[in-house]
Design a protein around this ligand. Structure first.
Ligand code: HEM
Length: 512
């Protein structure tokens, strides 16, 4: 009976996302796309990334374990990670709370659940839509409950200097607390703007009318061709996310399993007391992170390192330095497994590309940086054996998408960015101070983290902030050389949001 109920709950909601906006109106002035039934899923699993669980597998898992994550009630982007070809972030300000609530109530069938995203491809809408609210957005709607997260309550702008940001680089839409919410709209289409995404944006504009004003919009997209799934510096992304109990039906070798409450508010493992209506929501840390790609390429070439045998060309030495800054080669292969050369087959294999923890027999975890510098991006943000592999609380699910154009030939030849590109960075966690914020402040920005090493690891060279920007261990021939690394990632804005469950939207957020 229990199993039957779970099936019924999940499958009866497969049609969520196919409401009035789920299938474009062929007579619409936005008749920009071919009208045909969807045959492929909305989400794209890029090479090297973990496969998505199927709906049936999750139902079986929950039935077997006696757990029940109501994935038809959890917004779709939270648990699936970085798997979008196109994603638009539509930031809005609420002008008229009453009209907004009425419009949102009618729009709920278009808010896409996790169950819908995992349903058979033909049952999925043409694009998914999720919605999230800032603290001032909830207040504008008359919701004054303390959600149990002080960073969320104050907003990211108030936290920016704690994160290490310079407020001078923050763009005006994000400076302050004017953003009340954001729609996330994503799909698998490769072509840019005449897409289902822009069709859905038009739907939002017509549904919500003057009850909201667009404050900012970021049109993000996976990079083209072989770079799909790679961020703008060229490194495969979206490889390592934690497995979530009750959702992940397989655990990949080396993958950390976190209780569902590390990600979802109100679930087992959530550390705060919150209003009951926040069950199955999450906090989203959004960051607009500009990337100085030609400058990064030029700097790694100028500072190209050599392997112990002295056999590398300058370009190979630059790639080697970049790999040591990240802890992974551009293919995604971890330097902890393949320290001297890239191994694209390893990078593309989710069964082995996460199967390491920086510890090796006959090597000292406190002094040996020959495979991976202590300061490397993936070591600072997930220290694995440096914290005895016991850490499950400081994990979050990363679900961002690159934005901005490819580097032009003139930018490449002048080593200077003239166009804005970077990462529309998203992390989901039940407590901001344990997830994104902890990774940024306590780990990336903290020179003596990981602790108890024989040298000071230094600042994380990609997203670490602070002064001096010295990262140690990048040069394997002489790990004691400290590199003063220019800031290639510039935070230009962001906000903390709460992503409610779908029933919380109906029962609380749109209730008057
Ligand atoms: C533009 C900025 C950023 C770029 C280009 C970037 C790029 C990458 C890449 C290439 C990986 C390795 C692939 C993977 O494991 O998925 C990675 C992993 C990761 N990044 Fe970032 N990242 C950025 C910002 C951040 C920020 C701001 C944080 C948190 C404060 C963060 C946290 C992580 C975490 C937790 C991992 C997984 C580490 C692991 O489990 O091995 N990243 N990132």
């Amino acid at each position: 009976m229990h199993l039957f109920n779970i099936f019924t709950a999940a499958f009866s909601l497969l049609n969520i996302g196919r409401g009035v906006l789920g299938v474009p109106n062929p007579n619409s002035e936005h008749n920009l796309v071919e009208r045909q039934a969807r045959t492929t899923p909305i989400l794209t699993v890029f090479p090297g990334q973990a496969a998505l669980p199927t709906l049936a597998d999750i139902i079986n898992l929950n039935a077997t374990n006696g757990t029940f994550l109501p994935i038809q009630n959890i917004q779709g982007d939270i648990l699936v990670g970085m798997k979008k070809q196109l994603e638009t972030f539509y930031f809005f300000h609420i002008n008229d709370p009453a009209s907004f609530k009425t419009a949102l109530n009618s729009y709920v069938p278009t808010i896409t659940s996790t169950a819908t995203l995992l349903s058979p491809a033909s049952s999925q809408p043409l694009a998914f839509v999720n919605i999230a609210f800032s603290s001032t957005g909830l207040q504008a709607l008359g919701i004054t409950d303390d959600l149990g997260d002080s960073q969320f309550s104050s907003g990211m702008y108030a936290d920016a200097t704690n994160l290490g940001d310079s407020l001078s680089t923050w763009e005006s839409p994000f400076a302050g607390t004017n953003i009340h919410g954001v729609f996330l709209i994503g799909t698998d289409q490769l072509a840019p703007q005449d897409s289902y995404v822009s069709f859905y944006v038009s739907g939002i504009v017509s549904t919500f009318g003057s009850s909201i004003t667009e404050v900012d919009r970021i049109d993000a997209s996976a990079r083209p061709g072989d770079e799909a799934g790679h961020e703008h510096f060229g490194f495969l992304d979206g490889i390592s996310n934690p497995a979530v109990a009750g959702f992940s039906t397989t655990v990949l070798p080396g993958q950390t399993v976190v209780p569902s409450g590390t990600i979802l508010t109100g679930r087992l493992g959530d550390v705060a007391l919150r209003p009951s209506w926040t069950l199955d929501g999450t906090f989203m840390a959004f960051r607009k992170l500009q990337q100085k790609v030609p400058e990064f390429d030029a700097w790694t070439l100028e500072n190209a390192i050599q392997n112990p045998e002295g056999t590398l060309t300058v370009q190979q030495g630059a790639d080697y330095l970049g790999a040591r800054m990240f802890g992974r080669w551009k293919s995604g292969a971890p330097t902890d497994i393949t320290p001297l050369v890239d191994d694209p087959t390893l990078g593309a294999d989710p069964q082995s590309n996460n199967n390491f923890d920086f510890a090796h027999a006959n090597s000292s975890l406190i002094s040996d940086q020959s495979r991976c510098p202590f300061s490397a991006h993936i070591r600072k943000t997930n220290p694995r054996a440096d914290l005895a592999d016991a850490n499950t609380i400081n994990h979050a699910i990363r679900a961002g998408t690159p934005y901005g154009p490819e580097v032009s030939s003139s930018e490449a030849s002048s080593n200077t960015s003239t166009q804005d590109r970077g990462m529309a960075f998203v992390e989901y966690q039940s407590t901001i101070g344990n997830g994104f914020r902890f990774q940024q402040i306590n780990w990336a920005n903290t020179a003596n983290f990981p602790p108890l090493k024989t040298v000071t690891p230094g600042i994380e060279p990609i997203v670490g902030q602070g002064s001096p920007r010295t990262a140690d261990g990048l040069n394997p021939v002489d790990p004691s050389v400290g590199y003063t690394v220019p800031q290639f990632v510039i935070p230009t804005g962001g906000e903390y949001f709460f992503v409610p469950s779908i029933s919380a939207i109906t029962d609380v957020i749109t209730a008057s």
